[in-house]
Design a protein around this ligand. Structure first.
Ligand SMILES: Cc1ncc(COP(=O)(O)O)c(C=O)c1O
Length: 346
């Protein structure tokens, strides 16, 4: 049966070039700083993000956690959006592992935080209060349709963070999707931040890994935190080799995923029983609501699954489809036909 799996861009499998690079990778013990392929990847990541140094870690969650641990001590406070991945989907790692107190402000529909609300959340100098240390932004914003945060907003956020004595960390799991969608270098989006994390294992199709990028001192501290939480890897060059191919070969083609997502969104917006605004789809993530009276999101996802189209039900009415390397324009056309046929039969 034909399967079009739109649940996530994390489903991407390594390319032939990645597998060849992994097999041929020169390796060493990375905890001793002796893996030349990891070092090369870290240098590439630092250069692409415009930061002085970078650290290869196992996942986006680990990248965000070591960053929070590097900036904050027990009882410190960090400010982040209530729809952010760090707050929503990372098991409260900051509190569970680091004793860090998360303070949320509402995430706006475009993935930004209202900077006046951020400023109002910064604690004053009072013995009763935790100390505000860190602001986290997400770019692109997963739960807000993969919306990219633009350079002007990032600059305003960076200025605010500096004025308030906060560090600014960007969860850029899909930073390159943002850069491609906005037509700007990733470094321009990262410049106002103290650190940025990005993932290799989503739209860039590498099997494993994320990078954290920042100053030399921050990365030294993040490296210690990575070791503390058990993330020191040994001959990790076999993984880094795929990451190098991902950065060299897989960034520009993200534009195809964005076009496929837009085509899907435009068609679904014209489909009876569904609701979405295609003008809010900028990258590879499409959220849509089922408004058919006889269907919940879970019921529609199950019916589609039976026909070979896989999407995620993320709320009673809300579904998510994500385009990626293995999804072609023809897959999108077939998905649209299948969704319309399933809805038409309900
Ligand atoms: C915005 C964002 N940040 C962080 C992560 C975590 O990445 P990982 O699954 O590699 O831990 C994800 C995963 O989807 C994400 O979408």
């Amino acid at each position: 049966m034909r399967i079009v799996d739109l649940r996530s861009d994390t489903l991407t499998r390594p390319t032939a070039a990645m597998r060849a690079a992994m097999a041929a990778a020169e390796v060493g013990d990375d905890v001793y700083g002796e893996d030349p392929t990891v070092r090369r990847l870290e240098h590439m990541a630092a250069a692409l993000s415009g930061k002085a140094a970078a650290l290869f870690v196992a996942s986006g969650t680990m990248a965000n956690l070591v960053s929070q641990l590097a900036y904050c001590g027990r009882g410190d406070e960090l400010i982040l959006g209530d729809q952010s991945h760090v707050f929503y989907y990372e098991q409260g790692g900051c509190a569970a592992v680091g004793g860090i107190h998360p303070r949320t402000v509402p995430t706006q529909p475009d993935g930004t935080l209202d900077l006046a609300a951020v400023e109002a959340a910064v604690r004053g100098d009072d013995i009763h209060f935790p100390v505000s240390r860190l602001l986290i932004l997400e770019n692109t914003h997963n739960r807000c349709n993969g919306t990219p945060l633009n350079v002007a907003y990032m600059q305003r956020a960076g200025t605010l963070a500096r004025r308030c004595g906060l560090k600014l960390h960007v969860d850029g799991a899909r930073l390159f999707n943002a850069a491609v969608a906005l037509g700007v270098p990733a470094a321009a989006l990262a410049a106002p931040a103290d650190s940025v994390a990005f993932c290799l294992s989503k739209g860039l199709a590498a099997p494993v890994g994320s990078l954290v990028c920042g100053s030399v001192a921050f990365i030294a501290r993040a490296r210690r935190m990575r070791k503390q939480i058990g993330g020191g890897m040994r001959q990790a060059g076999v993984l880094a080799a795929a990451g190098i191919v991902a950065l060299e070969e897989m960034v520009a083609r993200l534009a195809e995923d964005h076009q496929n997502a837009r085509d899907l969104a435009c068609a679904l917006a014209l489909t009876d029983g569904l609701r979405l605004d295609p003008d809010r789809v900028y990258t590879n993530i499409v959220f849509f609501d089922v408004v058919h009276p006889a269907l919940t999101a879970a019921a529609l996802a199950a019916k589609l699954d039976a026909r070979g189209v896989r999407v995620l039900a993320l709320g009673p009415r809300s579904l998510r489809a994500v385009t990626h390397y293995h999804i072609t324009a023809d897959d999108i056309a077939w998905t649209i036909d299948t969704i319309r046929s399933v809805l038409g039969a309900c």
